[in-house]
Design a protein around this ligand. Sequence first.
Ligand code: SF4
Length: 444
Amino acid sequence: VHILAVSTYELGHQPHHLALATAALTARGHTVQPIDLAVDQWRTTLLVDVDAIVVAVPMHTAMRLALDVVGSIRRERPQIPVAMFGLYAIEDMAPDGVARFAGEFLEPLTEWADAIARDTHPVDLAAAVRTASPRTLIPLRDTLPGLDNYARLSHEGDERTAGYVEASTGCRHRCRHCPVPVIYDGRVSIADPDTVLADITQQVEAGAAHITFGDPDFLNAPVHSRRVVAAMHDRHPDVTFDATVKVEHILDRPQIWAEFAAANCLFVVSAFEILNDDILARLDKGHSAADIARAVDLLRDHGIEIRPSWLPFTPWTSIVDIVDVFRFIASNDLIPNTDPVQLAIRLLIPKGSLLAGSDDASDWLGDFDADRLSYTWVSSDAAVDDLQRRLHVLAESHNHDDPVATFQRMWNEVAARADIDPESITIPAGAALARPRLMENWFC
Ligand code: SF4
């Protein structure tokens, strides 16, 4: 059948989910037309001569955008079969009548398309697959927009084309605010190392000089990850890389960092969230504030920078917690490493979230907001909610400014609300452009 494969947003990189679905559906003999709406415009003429549509929803923002696309499809072609696939393709999030394949989606998605080709009604319209045998399918990227359309690496004043691969999916952990355990429940699937290397190689040949390992956590399967990094460095010795690793794994495998630094690891993305140990325990993060400081030092000892992601605003956050986050960032020389939008992030609680099932949820959890795709909640201190809204406005309106200047603006606001002297922390000028980063703010 002729399938339109749609991606709405994948954090600024060439959409991996779309490339995988395109490869799987093409291998089964379907004709696939991929479109990435982060680069191209949606238009209803795309629906002409199409037999089925698949839409990637690997993350929150992608799902919100995808719902608009599905609404447009339904108005134009109400009868056409539509499937959503990826982490957010779950019950109560996808619209009625749309097939949904979460987790390891390749097999059920292709079976769904095969059933349409056979002109039989697909039997399974929903699947949440937690494990799969090692993936040997190489993502098909030739028909996607070129890598130059996507986020580049910025480092020491230079820009380099970046690629993106995944060596594993799922996660061994069950952080209570995270959408991954909702589907994977502590399971991890890996991609065959030669397959990952082939994907890296095709992107290097397309111009990539830097690779992002987008695994939920690159050290969930450390032996596998080390093998992949070693193979990449052997084959492409000038290529640099970044990966996402939780604080706990940074610290419990200290011997890895010399090896990764020697293989050109430039930075690690790590979810610090907040410095309040009680809140970290509520989220089941597996680390403390003291661990965060040790992780920064350990990686710096090896010349690797951390780009932290933060979750400052939760139902339990006080103004003092926000002050602590700003102070920590300034005193650990992390201002250039921190995208300002991170400092205004408010906890999202999607359907199925482990947090929504907490014993005391009735004390703080509100109704589900179908527009935001999150349960609502309010802080017990209205001043904290008000500060979050103000910081969000500042981060958004100064998104393209020097991050150090934006941090200063945000800190001035925090200090005023906390009634403390803004000069009580030192904010050095410059440096932001020297530190390695991808030129797209991380946003979930
Ligand atoms: S936050 Fe990271 S470590 Fe925790 S469950 Fe999610 S992916 Fe795993």
